[in-house]
Design a protein around this ligand. Sequence first.
Ligand SMILES: Cc1cc2nc3c(=O)[nH]c(=O)nc-3n(C[C@H](O)[C@H](O)[C@H](O)COP(=O)(O)O)c2cc1C
Length: 416
Amino acid sequence: MKRLDDFRLKLGKDELVPIMIGGMGVDISTAELALVAARLGGIGHISDAMVHDVSDRRFDTSYIKEKTRQYKYNINNSDKSEVKFDLAHLAEATRLHVGKTMEAKQGKGMIFVNCMEKLTMNAPKETLKVRLEAALDAGIDGITMSAGLHLGSFALIADHPRFREAKLGIIVSSLRALQLFLRKNAKLNRLPDYVIVEGPLAGGHLGFGLDWAEYDLQTIITEIHHWLKEEKLDIPLIAAGGIFTGSDAVSFLENGAAGVQVATRFTVTKECGLPDKVKQEYFKASEEDIQVNQISPTGYPMRMLKNTPAIGDGIRPGCESYGYLLDGNGNCAYITSYNREVAAHPDAKKISVMDKTCLCTHMRNFNCWTCGHLTYKLKDTTNKLEDGSYQILTAEHVFKDYQFSTDNQIALPEKE
Ligand SMILES: Cc1cc2nc3c(=O)[nH]c(=O)nc-3n(C[C@H](O)[C@H](O)[C@H](O)COP(=O)(O)O)c2cc1C
């Protein structure tokens, strides 16, 4: 019986333990979490979502305060088109976050940044270019282009000196999406170094509709794997979504994948950025407590715990401070829903908005509890303590469990 450690992920000349810890914004996949993966020879992701806020919290900068001060006059205005990002600040914050993480890196593994392209920031192309270039400047090992995949993102950095040296990857959920991306980028003569194929059981935003349950990750991997072979394209596929044990991972590696990307099992580790109280909510969840809904203003379905505080909350849109989801015209679906409810309940002190949520504010405050479908199994990965809570794990423990376990076994941690 094989273990995941019997395989290696080859990215160019580099050979890695075939485990990637997926990007989890906003600072849920922290630098500390990513650094463990790199130290143990795998790949860890940080995320550049709401990077100003991450920088303010970690490095004592005050980007958000300054932006709020600058746009304070607009707080009661439903038109947010004037709320723009200062590109120099965006570059600085990205360089800080990425640079400090890279400085701390030890071991033979790698650190990538997850760049969620749906964060259109009221100037999609300009802000994306700055984010990507600043990450490359700061020495990131690789960039994973995620949700909202911008078909032109590689072209935005084609002139950067590290364009052909840093690892660049994309996340897709179908062969069609991959074909579109490759066709659009053919001129650049630069293939992705890896393609993460994310299936319907993943956490965060999904590349599927509400019919997600009709799709199956292995089927999609097989289809993409065959097509790549036919086209004589040698791009490693990384399977993601619902891979819960080392044996699950081995099965994908024996059937077309070169590595796995995992996230949910790391949400309950010490290094994960979620507050401990929220980690306990993830442990406690049962299958019925998890839903896929459409409250994300991005337009993509998102999986989360049903008791997520963000659901139904009717706070004033926080765009003057954040505004990461503003499209190129300064619109966000939450603003529309919020304005509708305010107009319908003019005398109410507090309103509820059920169809959309102010995702920036709630992700920032760890009040949107997005999670993978198999979150309900997390309780089986640890010890229940005397006070009824669950023992928080270490990232090293979970990583090694994926790496060395066989027979679908999950190693419990030593009891505290
Ligand atoms: C809490 C959480 C937050 C996530 N946030 C992001 C994100 O910001 N960007 C992204 O591309 N994927 C995100 N994901 C998806 C993961 O990176 C990963 O691909 C997926 O969850 C793997 O499946 P698993 O959670 O079943 O292991 C998130 C997943 C979780 C659990």
